[in-house]
Design a protein around this ligand. Structure first.
Ligand code: ZN
Length: 246
């Protein structure tokens, strides 16, 4: 019997090894499947692997996802077109130093009226449409009892310096990366104005505060009346690289 013992032992240890490897594989596989389903079950706003959609709830990752989408022009165009919003490609070539717009769009028709067809970068367009759909309209319904139907703007692309100064650095508007929002019109006819309603303890004032703060989760730069006197009548919403929320 003695010669058989080492043989049995070797066989036994080989089986133990295979069983242990199989068990480990099973555990790792289960964890991977659980992680995959877990991530898929997460809302887009907190799922780092899902691409941003205009319908995605605004959350902690919204701004980061928009920053990643911004340089990807074709993906950005597709994201907007998936929601049946009418846009056209737009490039502005300027002979002025620091002016001109690459990766731009003309926003021809969207769920809210803007008064005119906006010319802006695709990244800013996607951010604007997400802010309007997921923050502006729901907040107007919740706080004012009527949805916003029109966003009044002071414009997007403009070849100029910061604060319209004669000298100094170019504004984000000079590359189509910024939009100025002056107010909102509601379906029931009321008009909300940044100049008249900002800072007031009224439903209109609280609505403006909510949409301003909400913009900070979407856009890279948000400047309102608290920033300086030049912004007392509008919100400057901007997709430049740095982050400001004032
Ligand atoms: Zn501006």
């Amino acid at each position: 019997m003695e010669p058989d013992l080492p043989y049995l032992g070797e066989r036994h240890s080989r089986w133990t090894l295979w069983a242990s490897l199989f068990a480990r594989g099973l555990i790792l596989g289960s964890l991977a499947i659980a992680a995959w389903f877990g991530l898929n079950a997460l809302p887009d706003s907190i799922n780092p692997f899902s691409p941003i959609e205009l319908t995605s709830d605004v959350g902690a990752l919204t701004n980061l996802k928009l920053r990643l989408l911004q340089p990807r022009y074709e993906a950005c165009l597709a994201t907007i077109k998936r929601r049946s919003i009418s846009i056209e490609r737009k490039e502005i070539v300027s002979t002025e130093k620091g002016c001109g717009m690459e990766k731009g769009i003309v926003l021809k028709q969207s769920p809210l009226i803007h008064g005119s067809q906006l010319e802006l970068t695709c990244g800013l367009g996607a951010a604007l449409l997400i802010w309007e759909r997921n923050i502006v309209v729901p907040e107007s319904e919740a706080l004012l009892g009527s949805p916003v139907t029109r966003v009044r703007t002071f414009g997007t692309y403009s070849c100029r310096n910061v604060n319209h100064a004669k000298a100094g650095r170019r504004s984000a508007h000079a590359e189509g990366r910024a939009i100025d929002i002056a107010g909102f019109d509601l379906a029931d006819g009321r008009k909300i104005s940044v100049l008249k309603d900002w800072g007031k303890d009224t439903p209109e004032g609280r609505f403006l505060a909510q949409v301003h703060d909400g913009a900070c989760s979407v856009f890279n730069v948000v400047l309102g009346p608290e920033y300086n006197a030049l912004h007392k009548n509008h919100f400057h919403l901007d997709m430049s690289l740095w982050s400001v929320c004032k």
